[in-house]
Design a protein around this ligand. Structure first.
Ligand SMILES: [Zn+2]
Ligand SMILES: [Zn+2]
Length: 328
């Protein structure tokens, strides 16, 4: 049955409430293979051999289709945004409009793994190479202003399918958190170079690979929040070098291994922040793309939701010390 227009996702933005909401009715149809206790139920559409249960690949690794796949990117059947033919770069102050964009799933292993620590290092590097390749394809795509990848690992982080995966979203506008970060970085004296310098001075560099570092940021929202970023400015991860892509693969596994050693089974989210595509990236040559890894050790409750402030039990320095000492 064709989708009725009323089921297509729409963006509702209200500047008075400083809020942007995507109303996406089809998301209510999505299956879960996890019950309330996090136990798997039913069959898994992401396992090798079950490809008929999902849309065809957008990209796969290896690219040679005669070889078994190790990772695949597919359209999301239950999209938050869809290509709707009427992109808009701006959020008006009080409006509703079609939610234009691309929403895809990155299936990160052929086997039914549920942790990135089960993937061997070479295959995990292949996953990040695939992500990098797909993001590069979206640079210049009509109606896509900005794109990201994000991961929800565990029920507390919003995962509904156990099989290892993350998601890729391209939007026709720059979303609020990203816009606020970019505005803050345009202030004199505010730079990621200074953040890295401060982290080094405070013992908050957790690990490094090549010229990419993993640091505890100055105001972590939860214990062990970690950012991965290049030492030198680079606005677009989608335009970075193969060496830095490999470094991100190494550091994501390293940080998650340390987190898991410090807090066994910890749920977490991560997401990529990179500059908007096109001319705006050129104007942000001083800025650094980064991956933010946010453990979900405590739920966000009334204080966090009502004030935008966070409460954490560990200082950045203590988080760094415990993460570095955690034995994997
Ligand atoms: Zn599976
Ligand atoms: Zn950020």
């Amino acid at each position: 049955m064709p989708d009725s227009p009323s089921r297509n996702p729409r963006i509702h933005h209200h500047s008075l409430a400083a809020r942007t909401v995507v109303v996406a009715p089809k998301r209510a149809d999505r299956p879960s293979d996890l019950d309330a206790a996090g136990t798997i139920v039913g069959s898994c559409p992401f396992c090798i051999g079950q490809e008929s249960q999902t849309p065809p690949d957008v990209l796969r690794a290896p690219a040679d289709a005669t070889l078994p796949w190790q990772a695949r990117i597919i359209p999301n059947r239950y999209p938050v945004v869809e290509l709707c033919g009427s992109p808009s770069a701006e959020l008006a102050s009080h409006t509703t409009r079609p939610a234009h964009g691309i929403h895809e799933v990155i299936i990160e292993s052929a086997a039914h793994f549920h942790s990135i620590l089960e993937v061997d290092a070479a295959a995990w590097r292949g996953v990040w190479q695939l992500i990098h390749q797909r993001l590069a394809m979206l640079d210049g795509a009509p109606g896509i202003a900005w794109a990201t990848v994000f991961k929800n690992s565990g029920l507390a982080a919003g995962a509904s399918l156990e099989h290892l995966h993350s998601q890729l979203i391209g939007l026709d506008f720059v979303p609020p958190v990203m816009a606020a970060e970019l505005a803050a970085a345009s202030q004199p004296g505010h730079s990621f170079a200074a953040v890295i310098e401060q982290a080094a001075a405070n013992g908050c560099v957790v690990a490094e690979a090549g010229d990419v570092v993993a640091i505890i940021p100055p105001a972590p929202r939860q214990p062990f929040e970690t950012w991965i970023l290049p030492r030198a400015p680079e606005p677009l991860f989608s335009a970075t070098s193969p060496e830095r892509v490999a470094a991100v693969a190494i550091l994501t596994q390293h940080v998650v291994a340390r987190l898991d050693a410090a807090v066994p089974g910890a749920n977490y989210n991560w997401w990529l922040h990179q500059a908007p595509f096109g001319e705006r990236a050129a104007a942000l040559s001083h800025w650094h793309w980064h991956v933010e890894i946010l453990p979900r050790l405590a739920p966000f409750a009334g204080f966090e939701l009502g004030t935008g402030c966070h409460i954490t039990t560990l200082s950045p320095e203590e988080s760094a010390r415990r993460l570095k000492e955690a034995t994997t």
